[in-house]
Design a protein around this ligand. Structure first.
Ligand code: CDP
Length: 209
């Protein structure tokens, strides 16, 4: 079974997706980490196009993120890489290369996958689709806390990225028509995890598992 969790930056996708995967014993796919790896590579080696990087790079996702064998777990979280990720993610050639990798991973077993287009493009067949939202202030506060930064500085970066992600021509950030929208502003991560686990159990019983 696939559980798709999409939404804007700072809505709590990673924490919640990890929590759901842990609670259910499912695999966890952070599709954003792939776009971030392509962004980092294209900043470090601008002589190649982002699409070339996307087709060529060895990306290993897990507790640590490895890019061609190098540990980039922290490097891919910098504000510069975040902004670049949203730029390279608008390139359809980058997207098709990464979506192919994501689909290959999701082809076997049970997964919780998070991103912007999991429920709409990568896995429209997902049994459970969730779209997480939160107020701008809450999203900025969460991201600032993670980065040890000032929310007032983080907010414009999040807004710029969301505007680009929502407005791009290819696979824009959007809730799938059949996604359950959850506003996480007034919920803690545990409550959101519980709601999603309940949706998975309901989908399971509906399928007679
Ligand atoms: O963690 P956060 O929500 O800030 O970002 P992320 O999920 O790591 O994604 C970084 C960027 O990659 C996003 O701003 C999108 O531009 C892009 N992305 C995408 O286009 N499609 C995905 N499935 C995942 C990420």
């Amino acid at each position: 079974m696939i559980v798709a969790i999409d939404g804007p930056a700072g809505a709590g996708k990673s924490t919640v997706a990890r929590g759901v995967a842990g609670a259910l014993g499912f695999g966890y796919l952070d599709s954003g980490a792939m776009y971030r790896c392509v962004a980092l590579a294209s900043l470090e080696d601008p002589a190649r196009s982002a699409a070339e990087h996307a087709g060529r790079l060895e990306i290993s996702l897990g507790e640590r993120v490895l890019l061609d064998g190098r540990d980039v777990t922290h490097a891919i979280r910098s504000p510069t890489v975040s902004a670049q990720a949203s730029l390279v993610a608008a390139d359809p050639a980058v997207r098709s290369a990464l979506v192919a990798r994501q689909r290959a991973l999701l082809a076997g077993g049970d997964w919780v996958a998070e991103g912007r287009d999991i429920g709409t493009v990568v896995a429209p067949q997902a049994a459970v689709k969730v779209f997480l939202e939160a107020s701008d202030a809450d999203r900025a506060a969460r991201r600032a806390h993670e980065l040890g930064a000032d929310p007032a500085e983080v907010l414009p970066e999040l807004r710029a990225r969301d505007t680009r992600d929502r407005g791009r021509e290819h696979s824009p950030l959007a809730a799938a028509p059949d996604a359950v929208v959850i506003d996480t502003s007034d919920l803690d991560a545990g409550e959101v995890v519980e709601r999603i686990v309940a949706l998975v159990r309901a989908a399971d019983s509906a399928r007679g598992r």
